[in-house]
Design a protein around this ligand. Structure first.
Ligand code: UD1
Ligand code: CA
Length: 451
């Protein structure tokens, strides 16, 4: 069965108290919306339709960045969830397959759960995703008769008896697109909120003698975000899930609760992550690497056997080959560090390549920015860059070359040459003693000779 996703994301999110549309607030450094879209992507949808309203331009831009085939439709006024799905009607014209409705602010629904919904659809005309709520609060209640769903009643419209039901509506639903749009056309707004409730399609379908069921998912999957507190809680859920998945796949974390992961962090087996490591987006770490404490990585690749940190910062475009060493207070940006090369202490390597087995001394800086443009530094294989070398880019240091400590390298260094670019040292015999004596005499005079 071909699937179309309709993702509701028009709501204002008043309680977020934000200029940013709610569905664009990040969890695991990806917009909430991306999480819903990613779960939905497991159904291999023929269409993905995002219903945007508040901040529609921003939402549309973000949606297309996540999936450039996504269509965005606008719900000018938020008149309810049925009215929201109604906006997808033109996009679904002539589609004929199944629609799965998701919420943009419900990021945790699992792909397997959506697959179960699609599976249940084979035996029923409509499938609702429900959950057994520890605290049913203001969720819509599912009124069941055996395994059949009779209707959904919104909290505001529910009797005390109905409010006692703990099987609740997640909001997600699956059904044939034509049937669903046909039912939606029948939905009115004569209820406690004056809104067009999507939930009303259940009773309408039952009145036509159609079969409707509700399947249950874990309550954690239905966690919605309405406030910054919810967002923080959702972040914690995301982190817990992501850490558990990594531990499961054979990664060692000595203090998992202190490791922060991004939605797309990829780490190979037998890699060790020490405490307080932060992964920004776009990080891949191969098997058997070690990321030591207090390191911050984003947009980078770390190969097998590399050791990073403690206190290292890998910025976008940092590419570490096998068995490289990046030590404390070292920043690497847009630079390829070839096999076995070492940058162990207090350095900045940006817009550069460091050849295999080269050693970069403490305090080395690639002076890559002239205030207007960025320039490249090329260091060959087996080179030795002395401590506190300034490499004023563009500049090349050849294979097997050396720079003397404290050098300011402004011209290329040919292979195997030693570049010394610092003021010559001069020693003046006895001058230190004389200077000390002079200074001490001056101090005594100032303090009036009494100590
Ligand atoms: C809805 C369900 C309720 C369910 C709950 C689960 C209805 C009538 N009620 O209630 O049964 O228990 O979700 O969280 O469907 N949206 C739009 N346009 C609109 C209205 C909403 O895009 O006009 C979007 C919102 O941005 C949000 C989602 O739809 O992503 C749900 O809307 P919301 O107003 O939060 O629904 P609830 O009242 O929570
Ligand atoms: Ca809600």
């Amino acid at each position: 069965m071909r699937i179309a996703l309709v993702i509701l994301a028009a709501g204002k999110g008043t309680r977020m108290n934000s200029d940013l549309p709610k569905v664009l607030h990040p969890i695991g450094q990806a917009p909430m919306l991306a999480h819903a879209m990613q779960s939905g992507a497991a159904l291999d949808p023929a269409h993905t339709v995002i219903v945007a309203g508040h901040g529609a331009d921003q939402v549309a831009r973000a949606a297309q960045q996540i999936d450039d085939t996504a269509q965005v439709v606008i719900q000018e006024e938020q008149l309810g969830t049925a009215h929201a799905v109604e906006q997808a009607r033109p996009a679904l014209q002539g589609f004929g397959g199944d629609v799965v409705v998701l919420y943009g602010d419900t990021p945790f629904v699992r792909a397997e759960t959506l697959e179960r919904m699609v599976e249940a659809r084979k035996a029923h005309d409509l499938v609702i995703l429900g959950f057994h709520a520890a605290d049913p609060a203001r969720y819509g209640r599912l009124v069941m008769a055996g395994d059949r769903l009779e209707r959904i009643v919104e909290f505001k419209d529910a009797t005390d008896e109905e409010r006692a039901i703990t099987f609740c509506n997640s909001g997600l639903l699956a059904g044939n697109s034509e049937l669903l749009l046909d039912l939606i056309a029948q939905v009115g707004n004569d209820n406690a909120s004056g809104e067009y409730y999507l939930t009303d399609v259940v009773a309408l379908a039952r009145a036509r003698g159609l079969s409707v069921t509700a399947i249950a998912c874990d309550e954690a999957e239905t966690l919605g975000v309405n406030s910054r507190a919810d967002l923080a809680a959702a972040e914690a859920v995301f982190q817990a899930r992501a850490r558990a998945e990594l531990l499961e796949t054979g990664i060692t974390m000595t203090a998992p609760d202190t490791v922060h992961l991004a939605f797309d962090t990829v780490i190979g087996r037998d890699t060790v992550i020490e405490p307080n490591v932060v992964f920004g987006p776009g990080v891949t770490v191969e098997s058997g690497a070690t990321i030591r404490a207090f390191s911050h990585l984003e947009g980078c690749h770390v190969s097998r056997g590399a050791v990073v940190g403690p206190y290292a910062r890998l910025r976008p475009g940092a590419e570490l080959a096998e068995d490289t060493r990046i030590g404390n207070f070292v920043e690497i940006k847009n630079a390829q560090i070839d096999q076995g090369a070492k940058v162990n202490h207090l350095s900045y390597i940006g817009d550069a390549r460091v050849g295999a087995a080269s050693n970069i001394g403490a305090g080395t800086i690639t002076c890559n920015y002239d205030g207007v443009m960025k320039h490249h530094t090329e260091i060959g294989q087996g080179a030795f860059i002395g401590s506190n070398t300034m490499l004023v880019a563009p500049v090349t240091v050849g294979d097997g070359a050396m720079t003397a400590s404290g050098s300011v390298i402004t011209r290329d260094v040919e292979p195997e040459a030693l570049a010394v670019a610092r003021a010559k040292q001069e020693n003046k015999p006895g001058h230190a003693r004389k200077l000390f004596e002079m200074l001490k005499a001056r101090k005594e005079k100032r303090s009036g000779g009494n100590g």
